[in-house]
Design a protein around this ligand. Structure first.
Ligand SMILES: Nc1nc2c(ncn2[C@@H]2O[C@H](COP(=O)(O)OP(=O)(O)OP(=O)(O)O)[C@@H](O)[C@H]2O)c(=O)[nH]1
Ligand SMILES: [Mg+2]
Length: 224
């Protein structure tokens, strides 16, 4: 016989409170925190390598790497970034606000001007968990197929910026860029959409300029 269980408590409440705490801590310090999401292999770490190479001389940047296993991504970023922390979820499909809050107690992290979280590669679960970030960036590579925004809308709907990555491979993929851009604009009219390739540099400066604007706005907000 089927049994219905009524929950009188919101099971996500603790996580939401942690996210709010993280946002408050970051706001007090003027630190911008970005939650970078996307499928496994969509190019998140590669984008970060190039982004750090460009910005690490200009800003104090910390990276939090989320992966099920290994410290491979943290090792890739360590030449470009002084403060890299790897979180292994050991099977977990997303990061949680509590783990980020624990790291935000470290002085080195709060001394940064930008904290980038590379979430676990996945278009589903990370979208459902607020980490206390200011900005959500979702990557979609042209090799994944142009049906993904329609099939996994939440991670695109709640994003501030979508990077359509591996643009250099567009001629070899059955990916209708114009249609994807239109679909994304319907899902979220405010979305900043930047097609980019770190291999041939297309769109990369547009991404960097947008990111710098966000860092500067956050720094200014603490002064005003
Ligand atoms: N052609 C092309 N390949 C790219 C580009 N960006 C990344 N790649 C390749 O895509 C593969 C996966 O890149 P990663 O940066 O490791 O992907 P990821 O999203 O961090 O993967 P996970 O951390 O496992 O989720 C690598 O072989 C990269 O060299 C690009 O702009 N063009
Ligand atoms: Mg990675």
């Amino acid at each position: 016989m089927a049994m219905r269980i009524y929950l009188s408590k919101d099971l996500r409440e603790a996580s939401r409170l942690c996210a709010d705490d993280n946002r408050k801590t970051l706001a007090e310090q003027g630190v911008l925190m970005i939650n970078l999401m996307g499928s496994p292999g969509s190019g998140k770490t590669t984008l970060l390598e190039h982004t750090m190479r460009k910005l690490s001389g200009l800003y104090r940047i910390a990276v939090i790497e989320g992966d099920l296993y290994t410290a491979k991504d943290a090792e890739r970023l360590s030449p470009w970034c002084k403060q890299v922390t790897q979180i292994n979820t050991e099977g977990g499909c997303h990061l949680e606000a509590g783990s980020i809050g624990y790291l935000l107690k470290e002085e080195a992290l709060l001394d940064s001007e930008l904290v980038v979280i590379e979430n676990v590669g996945n278009l589903i679960c990370p979208a459902e968990f607020d980490l206390g970030e200011d900005i959500r960036v979702t990557q979609l590579s042209v090799t994944e197929g142009d049906d993904k925004p329609a099939k996994y809308p939440l991670v695109f709907k709640d994003a501030d910026c979508v990077l359509i990555t591996k643009l250099d491979l567009l001629p070899y993929c059955n990916f209708n860029l114009e249609r994807v851009i239109q679909e994304l604009q319907i899902i979220n009219q405010e979305l900043v959409i930047i097609p980019v390739s770190v291999y041939n540099g297309e769109g990369f400066d547009t991404w960097i300029n947008w990111l710098v604007k966000q860092i500067e706005a956050k720094k200014k907000s603490v002064l005003s």
